[in-house]
Write a protein that binds this ligand. Sequence first.
Ligand code: BGC
Length: 369
Amino acid sequence: MHARRALSCTLVAMLAAGCGTGPDAGVAGGGSAGKPVVGVILPDDEASSRWVEQDSPKLAQALRFAGVEPLIEQADNDEARFAAIADDMIARRVDVLMTAPLSQAGGVAVEAKAKAAGIPVVNYDRISLGGHADYYVSFDNLDVGELQAEGLLECLGDRPHARIVELQGSPTDHNATLFADGQRRTLGPLYDKGALTLVQSHAVDGWDVEEARAVFARIFDADGGRVDGVVAANDGLAGAVIDVLKTAGVPAGQVPVTGQDATLDGLRAILRGEQCMTVYKPIRDEAEAAARLAAAIAKGDASGADDLATGNTRDVVSGRDVKSVLLSADLVTREDVRQVAVSENAIKAADLCAGDVAAACAEVGILVG
Ligand code: BGC
């Protein structure tokens, strides 16, 4: 287990996973057996494997467990599709709309329509600043950024004036700003006093992995390949950086690369020694918190919903305080992979340890069987 913090080990009732229903499933006027319907719009299925592999099934399961009918769609990283799904869900009069918006503007527009139709909104994972969401469920995203900075420093060790490149997430995702702000709390003073050198910080549109690959290759070449460490805001961006480093013939691990999401690819890269760390965010807990909240709202239990909120998030654009549930995340290095896979059961050992990673898995004590 990592020295800084123990991974959270909540025991959660796990029911058999169900699948989200599409908007064509005909749920207008209440779900099957008259259950309230919660519409969920997730951002995409590419920028991080989490949305489709983790959030979608876990939300479906948790919403059903909470006694409501899930209606889950993802927007393919396409603003027009995000708006169209929302229009459809509003027209079908879902009881609650849960959104992880692609951009502030897109999220706010949808929330205004939902509000006009009298449909309450929960922001899931990403907040729409200046919007109308009634609740917000996410992680402490500043802390996620601090964990990334901390992980980078640990992996860098003592490299005076180390040259750092930052690949940040989408400029339209407020989480990406929070991750960057969190990193800067730790890295900023080191850049200022010259202990580290910031070569370049680039925000990758839509968290797009192809763009990340091209951008990092350009920065790496322009810097004459002298980069010593990379802050990559999630495992997808980290994978792009690792590809470029491999192509350039840089030995695995020589240039520490950070990540986030504890995806299958990210954890495998850590086991291979190619990626320095990731941040594990227990999505099961996020999905459950959001589902409980949405179910309470959908059943008209406003005080029950308020009781679930653990604090407020200041929306700096509207000046509103949005009732929130903010969960904590954990730093994961090679020595913690076993805990994420085995104790947290976040990833199947057989998938994690397949192929070239089998020996590394055995080394860190992960048994496949
Ligand atoms: C999420 C991350 C994810 C990223 C790209 C962020 O808003 O918090 O977990 O990696 O979006 O999808």
